[in-house]
Design a protein around this ligand. Structure first.
Ligand code: NAG
Ligand code: NAG
Ligand code: NAG
Ligand code: NAG
Ligand code: NAG
Length: 578
């Protein structure tokens, strides 16, 4: 059979399951290799990725960059779980880095080990490799008892020294832990990633997935000499990068930078203005983030070179992303950290290159998340999860882009959080950041609609118009005089959040279809029509009974139920269930 390359590639992506199952070992007729590089705590908002020359040259220029890409929950282990399961955090109920709310032990208790991305990829015929950090709570004490399933070969970075840049603890394939004092963590991860490429390409019959997870630019966590005391400090760079970025300053021009008036909600609103010493500390912290990323930049170059040397660069999709964002500009008077629903905390880099991925494209309009990316990798690999996952397909290839041309891009993101915030850095560690449960939705539609909306367990609401107020300083939901149109907008945003906060599967991908089953409205913009004012005003509103640690349904009523859907024939409003 003679097919043109483009037809072949199209069918490769359209029906990967069939191709993966085909017996012919033809080098073209199979699913793509995937190299997945996930860094730790790199935000998109401060654009640190622009300081990474190799990432720019080898990934951004050669592929597609998504500027509205988000973390489902702004903290490491929960967000990684959302990716690995292609699920929203309210469906994994992994909501923290520690038990009983999250961490590797709880991941296992919930039965997720063996029912996550690598296992599904193996079932689809992939060999699977991973080096670096999997998730919090995967430790030197439990790594052999609770071995991660689904991997061909692994090199795990293990707690409690995962975030120690200078004494990494690795287990190779579940063998006893080896410490590496005085070696730089990211370089050790890079070395192992190259080893995995060697191994994977030695077996040309199988497509491969290689996960590479360095810790940069996460805070350095060391242990104070001769004590159990943990030291949460700025990231550390390789000595060869220490001289860089000496003149880099924070962006003092941003409205959110250490403002004269309090802003935000909950504990953020109670923060005092930072003193000069503290701001200077954050400035150096930020420079250290940039410096630590330079070793990752070199890692990216070495990975691309190795793939090229092995002759597989053109058949390998390379994905670069982060697990969550990070605030490091003294925004809202904050110490360095993550966990909040602001852009710094949730907006993360995503760059993809590879076969049929458009070159040099910057997609600033579609809105996707790590849960979606997990689902997309499954799709490209022809793999399937053994439960109804929540992820939509991120349009990374030309073929997926054609689908969204027909069906529309995803234009909303649900950001969730339960449990407590985490203070980082010298002045942040030890801060008690309670009352930190919220659901938030980010909506981007064309040039006009660019909102974020959050409902907090404290009863507070936040609405920001990011076109007018990119720093999220003017909370429209709490201004003294609220216009009629703003109240109407809030009713719509709240309805979207009500549907999303317990969504499963298709409802997460297409929430408007749940509100308008007849398909008459499929965007916030369309829902703004006046004739729906009464309907949206009458819907029950998202709220919490009170703030408590953990995700407890009893505190989160009311919930969406199908009878709430818009019914054009029904004149009277529905009965609100207690
Ligand atoms: C590295 O970590 C191990 C395990 O905690 C410890 O025994 C060793 O002393 C550390 N080495 C250095 C140089 O800090
Ligand atoms: C500045 O603020 C930090 C954090 O609150 C505090 O520990 C420090 O003592 C303050 N320094 C000065 C010079 O006021
Ligand atoms: C948490 O929020 C409640 C309102 O839900 C408030 O009464 C309480 O003071 C808050 N606690 C802290 C530590 O901010
Ligand atoms: C929405 O707001 C963000 C933050 O200001 C801005 O970067 C972006 O360009 C705006 N528009 C879109 C379509 O995302
Ligand atoms: C989530 O997990 C916690 C801890 O096990 C549990 O208390 C809570 O009920 C769970 N929430 C839901 C909605 O299942």
């Amino acid at each position: 059979m003679l097919l043109s390359t483009s037809t072949l590639l199209a069918s490769l992506v359209a029906a990967p399951a069939l191709l993966a199952a085909a017996s012919s070992p033809s080098p073209v007729a199979r699913a793509p290799n995937i190299v997945f590089i996930i860094v730790d705590d790199q935000d998109a908002r401060q654009d640190s990725i622009s300081t990474m020359q190799n990432v720019q040259r080898l990934l951004v220029d050669q592929g597609t960059q998504f500027s509205r890409f988000y973390a489902p929950i702004s903290v490491c282990c929960p967000s990684r779980t959302s990716f690995l399961r292609a699920q929203a955090a309210h469906n994994t109920n992994i909501t923290s880095v520690v038990a009983p709310w999250g961490g590797w032990e709880v991941f296992n208790e919930k039965g997720y080990n063996g029912h996550y991305l690598p296992s599904f990829l193996q079932d689809a015929g992939y060999s699977t490799y991973y080096t670096g950090k999997l998730m919090n709570g995967h430790t030197v004490r439990n790594f052999d008892r609770l071995e991660p399933e689904g991997w061909t070969e692994t090199d795990w970075l293990l707690d409690p020294q995962t975030y120690n840049y200078w004494n990494a603890s690795f287990s190779h394939n579940g063998e006893p832990v080896v410490y590496h004092p005085d070696e730089y963590s990211t370089d050790l991860v890079a070395e192992r990633a190259l080893g995995h490429i060697e191994k994977a390409t030695a077996n040309p019959d199988k497509p491969f997935f290689i996960g590479v997870a360095p810790i940069a630019p996460h805070s350095h966590i060391g242990i104070v000499d001769h004590t159990d005391q943990i030291l949460f400090d700025m990231p550390q760079s390789a000595p060869r990068h220490q001289h860089l970025f000496k003149d880099v300053k924070l962006d003092y021009s941003r409205a959110s930078h250490n403002p004269d008036h309090p802003s935000g909600a909950s504990w953020v609103k109670k923060l005092e203005k930072l003193n000069v010493t503290n701001v200077e500390y954050i400035e150096e912290f930020y420079r250290q983030r940039l410096r630590s990323l330079q070793a990752v930049d070199e890692l990216v170059e070495s990975v691309v070179k190795k793939l090229e040397e092995k002759g597989v660069l053109d058949e390998t999709i390379i994905i670069y992303t982060s697990d969550n964002g990070f605030e490091a500009n003294a925004g809202h008077r904050r110490q360095p950290g993550k966990t909040l629903p602001y852009e710094e905390d949730i907006n993360i880099p995503l760059v993809v290159r590879g076969p049929t991925v458009p070159k040099g494209l910057v997609d600033s309009t579609s809105v996707y998340s790590l849960a979606d990316l997990g689902a997309t990798i499954l799709h490209l690999a022809g793999a399937v999860s053994d439960y109804d996952n929540d992820g939509a397909l991120v349009p990374i290839t030309k073929e997926l882009r054609k689908t969204i041309d027909a069906e529309g891009v995803k234009q909303h993101h649900l950001a969730e959080y339960w449990v407590e915030g985490v203070g980082e850095g010298k002045y942040g560690q030890g801060l008690v950041l309670t009352n930190q449960t919220y659901r938030a939705v980010r909506v981007v539609e064309g040039d006009e609609i660019n909102f974020s909306y959050a409902v907090w367990c404290t009863g507070e609401h936040e609405i920001y118009d990011l076109n007018a107020d990119p720093d999220q300083m003017i909370n429209l939901a709490e201004t003294a005089v609220r216009s009629e149109s703003l109240i109407k907008l809030q009713h719509r945003l709240d309805a979207l959040l009500l549907v999303l906060k317990t969504c499963v599967g298709e409802v997460c991908r297409n929430p408007w279809k749940t509100v308008f089953p007849d398909g008459s409205v499929s965007s916030l913009n369309a829902g703004l029509e006046k004739r729906f004012d009464g309907y949206f005003a009458d819907l029950p509103k998202v709220k919490y009974s009170y703030c408590d640690i953990g995700y407890h349904r009893r505190l989160e009523a009311p919930f969406w139920y199908d009878e709430l859907a818009f019914n054009p024939k029904q004149k009277s409003s529905f009965v609100i269930q207690a």
